[in-house]
Write a protein of this length. Structure first.
Length: 176
């Protein structure tokens, strides 16, 4: 009886650990965005810690450094909005279109080379929101996400927003 009970506990722990260890970059991002899109976007320690398992060590440390920078900045400028005052930087601002829809999300894996990978996260409104009537989705906002493979699985290492900087560059900026 004890052996059966112990074996069932070990089996449950193994299954639970595999649910966090994502086998592909796309699976890791799908799990991340499933969580991210259903939880608070406030840029604070609690929300960064809740997402920590999806971050590379370097990205996580940059977030912690940013929290310290924000605290220092807000002491000097208590009425100003901090750099990440709009929230966590993993998706466009949550805005509904006139028809009442949120942006959809499609993740596409671009490449895997060794322990590095890239994928795109395409955020777009459905056709009901207007735009090109021949297209199923309005023009998307596309983020290219760099991932790295660790012992625990694929984790986010950087995000290119299709603009002039990446997430890491924003977190490493010199000025506040």
């Amino acid at each position: 009886m004890k052996t059966w009970f112990l074996a069932s506990i070990v089996a449950a722990l193994v299954c639970a650990s595999h649910s966090f260890a994502q086998t592909t970059p796309r699976a890791a991002l799908e799990a991340f965005y499933k969580y991210d899109r259903s939880h608070s976007q406030t840029f604070n320690r609690k929300n960064i810690e809740a997402r920590k398992r999806w971050f590379s060590a370097e990205l996580y440390n940059l977030f912690l450094n940013e929290l310290k920078r924000e605290a220092t900045y807000l002491k000097k400028n208590p009425t100003d909005k901090p750099f990440f005052g709009d929230g966590l930087p993993f998706q466009p601002l949550k805005e509904k279109c006139e028809a009442g829809f949120d942006r959809g999300l499609v993740i596409k894996q671009d490449f895997v080379r060794g322990n590095r990978a890239a994928a795109t996260a395409n955020f777009a409104y459905p056709k009901a929101c207007g735009g090109d009537p021949s297209a199923e989705w309005k023009v998307p906002v596309v983020y290219t996400i760099g991932l790295t493979k660790t012992r625990s699985g694929w984790v986010i290492d950087d995000i290119n927003y299709g603009e002039d900087t990446t997430l890491k560059q924003r977190l490493q900026r010199k000025e506040y």
